[in-house]
Write a protein that binds this ligand. Structure first.
Ligand code: HMG
Ligand code: MG
Length: 328
């Protein structure tokens, strides 16, 4: 057991899962929202650094319209250049059959579909109603299953929509049922604008576990209002063992300029490790990857553990530089 929580709080934590799978979405969900152009070679270096840190599930890019998301227009080049060991699941976001063909051409074994729990978000994000999106994704899922691919599906704005406000959990249940019928392997529930609170997380997971086994359900939190880690804890309490996050909190929030976006991977891993929950991830190497991302983007990232650790490292380096050199 590592971390302060291990000393006094063991009894409190006994019922929580002992192992969690972290799905890294920074190279896709993060970079799709960054203004600065990132070179393909830098994206590949970043993905390699994430793999070196021990991430076993990495979403590397998307195969969407380059007119909608120019930041990821080089998806095919990225996917071709990335060379990772076979125990790492490498995936990309796919909205339709055209995107699926690119993912297939890139040789990916896993794809991630996505749809929204509200009509307005669906229209703004993919120019389709929920019914049209369900039809389009069913076609992709059918083909992907035939080809033996593993399929994850995101459902965005499951708690609150930036255009419509609170989303009715009954609406989410209906969508989840349709997605389950497509035969997907995993469903990730997105708090896309970071509005959920822990009670809502527990209530939604409890409602949805009648439709999806808990080990096929992932939670995808944004930290816009500072509730992401509290929501992870609520998810753990509810029996969830798969959480999405983004290196350094890459990506920001398109609906609230200047606000934090995706939950930072280091913050998630720090909390889990402190609670004695195994992630298989090396935090020091994760910070190295975060530092690389900051260098590539030329700015500080919002992740708190990253900020604290890099400040500590800088202080140490300054101290070392001031030490008198030992003479022979
Ligand atoms: P559309 O304009 O309605 O598409 O966009 P269309 O079918 O009419 O085609 C228009 C043009 O796009 C055509 O090219 C197609 O070939 C091309 P043109 O003839 O004009 O030269 N096209 C494509 N090109 C490349 N790859 C494709 C593709 N499909 C069509 N796959 C479309 C519809 C879905 C394509 C578009 O709206 C789109 O790409 N949207 C994606 C937007 C996006 O990526 N948003 C961010 C996703 S993140 C998210 O949703 C949340 C999540 O992260 C969870 C969370 O954070 O909570 C998952
Ligand atoms: Mg996200």
């Amino acid at each position: 057991m590592t971390g302060a929580a291990g000393r006094d709080g063991d009894g409190m934590l006994e019922h929580l899962p002992k192992k969690v799978r972290v799905v890294e979405v920074g190279p896709r969900d993060g970079l799709q929202n960054e203004e600065k152009h990132v070179a393909t070679t830098d994206k590949v270096k970043l993905i390699q650094a994430l793999a070196d840190a021990g991430l076993k599930s990495i979403e590397i890019t998307s195969f969407v319209s380059p007119k909608w998301i120019p930041q990821l227009a080089d998806g095919l080049e990225v996917a071709r250049a990335v060379q990772l060991p076979s125990d790492i699941s490498v995936s990309a976001l796919v909205p339709n059959l055209k995107g699926y063909e690119s993912a297939k051409e890139a040789g990916l074994k896993q794809i991630a579909l996505f749809m929204s729990a509200s009509e307005s978000h669906s229209k703004k994000n993919i120019n389709k109603s929920i019914a049209e999106a369900t039809q389009a994704l069913s076609e992709v899922a059918q083909q992907a299953k035939k080809d033996g691919k593993s399929i994850r599906c995101y459902i965005s704005v499951v708690f609150e929509c930036p255009y419509e406000g609170a989303v009715d959990p009954a609406q989410v249940v209906g969508i989840v049922k349709d997605v389950v019928a497509m035969g997907v392997d995993e469903i990730s529930l997105g708090d896309t604008i970071g509005a959920a609170t822990p009670n809502q997380v527990i209530a939604l997971v409890n409602l949805l576990k009648k439709e999806v086994p808990l080990d096929k359900m992932a939670l995808h939190f944004h930290d816009t209002r500072g509730t992401a880690l509290a929501n992870v804890l609520a998810g753990l309490e509810a029996g969830i063992t798969i959480f999405d996050s983004s290196l350094g909190g890459l990506g920001g929030c398109p609906y609230a300029p200047g606000a934090a976006g995706n939950l930072a991977t280091e913050d998630l891993v720090y909390m889990l490790q402190g609670m004695g929950i195994d992630t298989g991830i090396n935090l020091e190497k994760l910070v190295d990857a975060g530092q690389l991302a900051e260098q590539i983007l030329g700015k500080e990232l919002p992740g708190r553990y990253l900020k604290a650790t890099l400040a500590g490292r800088a202080k140490q380096a300054k101290k070392a530089a001031l030490q008198p050199q030992a003479t022979a």
